[in-house]
Ligand binder design. Structure first.
Ligand code: G3H
Ligand code: 13P
Ligand code: ZN
Length: 325
């Protein structure tokens, strides 16, 4: 595969992004994508709201888009932002990387940031694997995210029934041993659209801000990452169900909890499910109302428009990243 350097693609690593986010009390959005419409929706939403952005790709998403094709798709997005006349910092990040080989392959093909998710391994194994990735990544000035603690839900083909909160007492040692640039923690979020089992009218359990505060106390000023942070907007779930879908008991993280997290040491907030829901809701509506439609532009276009709207709303009203580019 062609060797590419992220700087030549117009990308940046996450170091400066996180420094500014920490100083000014907001979180940089990390939106997952798999295809052109998602990527355009994210870039346009961030360009129009003047927000820095982390474009995030899981191992399976990279396979889906094609590893050779992907960096060129991203170059297109960078050029599109430039053509809109805005200069926003853009990072390309591997989400939930599960091996040194995958992380290396991403670094060699234009990624500016990678995650090594060794959270399901014992501490020492996780630290050793993460350290190996950090050594290679830092030689190329690529930033690395590690993870301590396990989130419930699906993490790139690895499914966890139950979560294990991050143990704050392990954080200092992990950061020191590995040299990571940021750390994903588990404080009650989970992946996917079904984050909690709650009865109608019942509140979802609050995030464990006490654990986050203890981590902040132990590693002051160190960038923290929140995975599984979609809000699972009820309007989209209603729309999906109204137009032939079947999504029961879909529940996400309340926005006020995310606003509070964004104001803390949390510098990166991961959003995948919300983008999927927004696009699916619109596509279902178009098909239900126009059963004879078969032009992809007629359903992917409105879906992309909805994603732009959603991204702008999140940046402006939840993460606080709008106008920070
Ligand atoms: O955390 C996982 C992300 O939502 C990516 O999911 O493996 O289905 O692309 P994926
Ligand atoms: P959501 O499923 O809540 O969108 O989380 C996405 C995520 O953490 C990607 O790494
Ligand atoms: Zn995740």
């Amino acid at each position: 595969m062609e060797v590419l350097n992220y700087r030549n693609l117009g990308l940046v690593n996450t170091r400066e992004m996180f420094k500014q986010a920490m100083q000014e009390g907001y979180a940089v959005p990390a939106y997952n994508f798999n295809n052109m419409e998602q990527l355009q929706g994210i870039i346009m939403g961030c360009a129009e709201s003047g927000s820095p952005v982390i474009l995030q790709v899981s191992g399976s998403a990279r396979k889906y888009a094609d590893p050779t094709f992907l960096p060129h798709l991203v170059t297109g997005a960078v050029k599109m932002a430039e053509a809109l006349g805005v200069h926003i910092p853009i990072a390309l990040h591997l989400d939930h990387g599960n091996s040194f080989e995958l992380a290396k392959s991403c670094i060699d093909s234009g990624f500016s940031s990678v995650m090594l998710d060794g959270s399901h391994h014992p501490f020492e194994e996780n630290a050793a694997l993460t350290r190996q990735v950090v050594e290679y990544a830092h030689e190329h000035d690529v930033t690395v995210e590690g993870e301590l603690g396990v989130l419930a839900g699906v993490e790139d083909e690895v499914s966890h029934e139950v979560s294990h909160y991050t143990r704050p007492e392990e954080v200092e040692e992990f950061v020191e041993k590995t040299g990571v640039d940021s750390l994903a923690i588990s404080i009650g979020t989970s992946h996917g659209a079904h984050k909690f089992k709650v009865k109608p009218g019942e509140e979802v359990p609050p995030l464990r801000f006490d654990i986050l505060e203890e981590i902040e106390r132990r590693v002051p000023g160190f960038p923290i990452v929140l995975h599984g942070a979609s809000s699972v907007e009820p309007e989209y779930v209603k729309m999906i169900n109204a137009f032939g879908g079947k999504m029961e008991d879909a529940v996400g993280i309340p926005e006020d909890q995310l606003r509070r997290a964004a104001g803390s040491a949390v510098c990166k907030i991961n959003i995948d499910s919300d983008g999927r829901l927004a696009m699916t809701a619109v596509i279902r509506k178009v098909f239900a109302e126009n059963p004879a439609e078969f032009d992809p532009r007629k359903y992917l276009g409105p879906a992309r428009d909805e994603l732009i709207k959603m991204v702008k709303y999140k940046n402006e009203h939840v993460l606080g990243s709008a106008g920070k580019a």
